[in-house]
Design a protein around this ligand. Sequence first.
Ligand SMILES: Cc1cc2nc3c(=O)[nH]c(=O)nc-3n(C[C@H](O)[C@H](O)[C@H](O)COP(=O)(O)O)c2cc1C
Length: 333
Amino acid sequence: MANLETTYLGLKLRNPIVAGSSGLTNSLEDLKKLDEKGIGAIVLKSIFEEEILAEMAQSLAQAQRPQTMYPEIYDFFAIDEMEDTVSNYLFLIEQAKKSISVPIIASVNCISADDWTLFAKRVEEAGADALELNVFVLPSDINHTSEQNEKVYFDVVTKIKESTKLPISLKISYYFTNLANMIKQLADTGIAGITLFNRFFSPNIDINALIIIPSSLYSTPNDIHISLRWVGIMSNRINCDIAASTGVHDGEGLIKQLLAGAKVVHVASTLYKNGFDVIPDMLATLDKWMNEKGYSTLDDFRGKLSQSAIADPAAYERAQFMKYFAGKNTTNL
Ligand SMILES: Cc1cc2nc3c(=O)[nH]c(=O)nc-3n(C[C@H](O)[C@H](O)[C@H](O)COP(=O)(O)O)c2cc1C
């Protein structure tokens, strides 16, 4: 049996498969099952910034309500229910830490650096091992500059770091004007990790009913490619761990991301589609492959095919595009 241990966010993991934040990381029952099936670490289902702010407002007079760019949330949410959401979340962390053997990473879905960031301290006190921030700023406002959109990420990190000593990971999308530089700048803020990438709800159109409908909630193995490219390009070039997320459905996807340089992979859709038994299956595939290749630890091959390590870095870039679309090699398409 190969040694599959790794570090991630400064934590020791028995293997590099992390249950990504989803509806399957929201109950103690499922967390226990993931643990039993051999998962390396678990990111809890995200709590929303709005839920945290609403709970804070509950205990304060109107005039003292926490600072937010979106005051209408106080009208939108039933504040009593939000209070339950927050205390249930903290209780889940406490319970998980008592009964789960692997690291528990809390998660907040946020859109601003408002006062919800004070919540990080409570997550730490509840016993979480790290905190992942799912920053959800879709650059869809035509009046916002890229600088305005990007500033939110840095403001969030600065404020969170004032509130907690926990290792922080940022989960981002690829909607940036200069993605590589943005990832580098974020890594330089002192975060412990960056998750590439979040998968947003995407709209689709029903041409018969003439309405907007959600596209598929779950990824397919083919969706791995955007993440694989950017993990490969960024690994060995930034000062924090990279977690690969989106489209890792099996052992092959896991191996590809490790070769590209990922510290760990996050899995969500495959747990829904294939059940929790996919975890031991993926681990067995990785172990078999490592034995065949003669690798005894992950560090023996991690990043071996990252852009910085290969002889032909253009394999990750435009040269390949030219090769196929400028009349060469098209017979293979
Ligand atoms: C049903 C479902 C719920 C999710 N909920 C969250 C969430 O609360 N917070 C979050 O950061 N990501 C959430 N995600 C995104 C996943 O963590 C993951 O980043 C994304 O699905 C891509 O990975 P995958 O291809 O393995 O599904 C959710 C995904 C699914 C399918």
